[in-house]
Design a protein around this ligand. Structure first.
Ligand code: GLN
Length: 318
């Protein structure tokens, strides 16, 4: 089946938004300087169908940095170029069950592969952009490759929030430690400082909820952006990436999320969550108050309501 008609989706989006926009549980991330300035009461929802129709509510036009929601899309670009066997060998696809910035995640198995949805695996994934953009072409070409691919997912030319990028670059000692630890195990595929810089830049791309819902809808649509009609990645890549999102997209709370919502999702520390209903559409929420794992509180509640009301749970027989 497909999503219900636009009017019905609109009614349900407004209802879910109204039910949870006043929830003041959780707090805004402060470890990246600019994120601390986010309005804790901001809240927005967008649903984009595989037919390219959209329905939205709340602070829809407000931009924010994409942060970890970039991870599945960079994985998709890398997967599309390398295929599943290399992704499995070079990056790993098992859930860590650990926080997003866990150093222990690197030590989970003898191969020291981990998972592209947590920082360690995401830095390793991003390092492959240097190889894929052309081995000798350097960091600018790798950034061009990442930026162009992520922009194709969104259907528009995304820009970097330079304040977020500068602030995070000055404060990301922990991620630098992770990058160097991985490098000592041969699990970063470029200079670790260059990989970290590309990763930090990718996290600083400015988006709004509509952009994220279009990006999610592209994964839902087997890799074709339903608004631009452009194929971004293959259908096989989408299925693989969605499996990784389902098992690890909300870090150590990924089991709780799947149990409640029954869909692949990916959260970011700016308060965004993208959720994908395969063959139906993408959904995005943004509200900066986070739970202890760094997942938006209101976003989880709104998505839970919409998944149930729209009948999207992948494990439901109805
Ligand atoms: N750029 C952030 C970091 O690496 C992303 C983390 C997140 O969104 N959970 O710490």
């Amino acid at each position: 089946g497909r999503l219900p008609g636009r009017a019905e989706v609109g009614r349900l989006v407004t209802e879910a938004y109204a039910a949870h926009r006043g929830d003041d549980t959780g707090s805004v991330a402060t470890y990246i300087p600019t994120l601390a300035k986010a309005d804790p009461d901001a809240c927005a929802v967008s649903v984009v169908s595989v037919a390219g129709e959209s329905v939205e509510a709340g602070d829809v036009g407000t931009g924010f940095s994409i942060q970890s929601v970039s991870k599945p899309f960079v994985l998709a670009l890398v997967h599309d170029a390398l295929g599943p066997a290399e992704v499995h060998t070079l990056l790993g696809v098992n859930a860590t069950g650990m926080p997003f910035n866990s150093v222990m995640a690197v030590e989970l198995n003898e191969q020291r592969t981990m998972n592209p949805m947590v920082n360690a695996g995401a830095i390793a994934t991003t390092s492959l952009a240097l190889r894929l953009a052309g081995a000798d072409r350097g960091a600018d070409a790798a950034w061009g490759w990442l930026h162009e691919g992520l922009s194709r997912f969104a259907g528009r030319d995304l820009d970097v929030d330079e304040e977020v990028y500068d602030g995070e670059s000055r404060t990301n000692g922990r991620n630098r430690g992770i990058a160097h630890l991985l490098h000592s195990y041969g699990r970063v595929y470029s200079d670790p400082d260059v990989a970290l810089d590309l990763y930090t830049r990718q996290c600083s791309l400015r988006v709004d909820v509509h952009d994220l819902a279009v990006m999610g809808a592209t994964l839902a649509d087997g890799g074709v952006n339903p608004v631009t009609g452009v194929r971004v990645v293959s259908a096989d890549t989408c299925a693989r990436v969605l499996a990784v999102m389902a098992t690890a997209g909300l870090y150590e709370l990924s089991g709780d999320w799947l149990h409640d919502i029954g869909l692949p999702g990916k959260s970011g520390v700016s308060g965004a969550i993208v959720t994908v209903a395969p063959g139906k559409g993408g959904m995005a929420t943004w509200s900066p108050r986070l739970d202890a794992a760094g997942n938006s509180v209101r976003g989880q509640l709104i998505t839970r309501d919409l998944s149930a009301a729209l009948g999207l749970n992948l494990f439901s027989s109805r």
